[in-house]
Design a protein around this ligand. Structure first.
Ligand SMILES: C[C@](O)(CO)[C@H](O)COP(=O)(O)OP(=O)(O)OC[C@H]1O[C@@H](n2ccc(N)nc2=O)[C@H](O)[C@@H]1O
Ligand SMILES: Nc1ncnc2c1ncn2[C@@H]1O[C@H](COP(=O)(O)OP(=O)(O)OP(=O)(O)O)[C@@H](O)[C@H]1O
Length: 269
């Protein structure tokens, strides 16, 4: 079974409270984008995990794909598989790539071995693997609250918009980003602004991580400015960074040449 775990962007991200369990409550619109890894899972003689594409830091044994397998294996005594992950989505980017791999591994194993787990059940397993994972089970635009793993529906349709994503190669770990942030009362009503025309989002629909990270990494603020200068209707850092996106109604101008070491992606929403 072959599938293509995709990334997400955050449209507005408010970190509102530190919780007793050490995590933070947040409010954010999660929106899927089709910057994708590839994950193939086939029945095999023994459990094997291989990778290609971008190098993934850390021990392969702790890869989220394997963690997803072990989670289901414990409960359903799954037979061995060969999983191959081709990594395309940059890491430490706020794009949720690792979380998406984990969620897609759960979904693929569910289909491959006909476990008949509902989306609610799959979300329950995904929550055990990471805060962002549950979103990728249904993979539809939502307002996420609490740890980012509880969802409210959102009527937001950005079809026709082009998303340009810029990853400048600055690796920001999620824990580092949360460690640098001061939770505060919501500075805007995300749900209300999402109902309004996208033209009014600029300057009001905020990602709180920008306040903490832009002074430390001025390059990120510069990318956002360049996306606006190139005609973006809305631009923001996604998640805990460091990728920055612009949403364009029309094709961006030619003013978007970035240094060679940047990774770029462009696609329709
Ligand atoms: C920034 C976001 O991408 C927004 O979508 C997510 O909140 C990140 O979620 P994630 O990468 O799945 O994070 P996890 O793997 O669950 O947690 C990594 C670390 O981030 C911090 N963390 C994460 C999520 C959250 N709501 N509060 C936190 O404080 C914790 O220190 C945790 O140990
Ligand atoms: N399948 C995987 N793909 C990427 N990273 C993985 C994977 N499994 C485990 N990891 C670990 O998770 C780290 C980063 O994960 P991820 O790609 O979710 O970061 P991110 O894009 O910043 O996401 P987030 O939005 O969750 O902050 C990597 O440095 C790696 O050590």
């Amino acid at each position: 079974m072959l599938d293509f775990p995709n990334a997400k962007i955050n449209i507005g991200l408010l970190v509102t409270e530190k919780r007793p369990d050490g995590f933070h409550n947040l409010e954010s619109c999660f929106y899927p984008v089709q910057w994708c890894d590839a994950l193939e899972i086939l029945p095999a003689e023994k459990l094997e995990f291989t990778m290609s594409g971008l190098p993934v830091p850390g021990n392969p044994d702790s890869n989220l794909c394997l963690k997803a397998y072990h989670l289901l294996q414990q409960e359903f005594q799954l037979p061995p598989v060969h999983m191959h992950l081709h990594k395309v989505i940059p890491m430490g980017a706020g794009l949720g790539g690792g979380s998406s791999d984990a969620a897609f591994a759960l979904k693929e194993l569910n289909s491959l071995f006909e476990l008949n787990l509902s989306d609610d059940k799959l979300e329950g397993y995904a929550r055990q693997l990471g805060s962002d994972c549950a979103f990728f089970i249904r993979n539809k635009p939502v307002i996420a609250v609490e740890k980012g793993d509880v969802f409210k529906p959102v009527a937001l349709d950005l079809k026709g918009y082009t998303c340009v994503l810029v990853y400048p190669g600055i690796h920001i770990t999620t824990a580092e980003a949360y460690g640098n942030i001061m939770p505060q009362k919501p500075s805007c009503d995300i749900e209300m602004f999402l109902k309004q025309d996208i033209k009014v989002w600029k300057d009001v629909l905020k990602n709180d991580f920008e306040t903490a990270l832009f002074p430390k990494y001025p390059e990120l603020a510069a990318i956002k400015e360049r996306l606006y200068a190139a005609g973006a209707t809305y631009a923001s850092m996604t998640g805990s960074g460091s990728a920055v996106y612009g949403l364009f109604k029309e094709e961006g101008s030619s003013n978007l040449i970035f240094p060679d070491h940047y990774l770029l992606w462009k696609g329709l929403l």
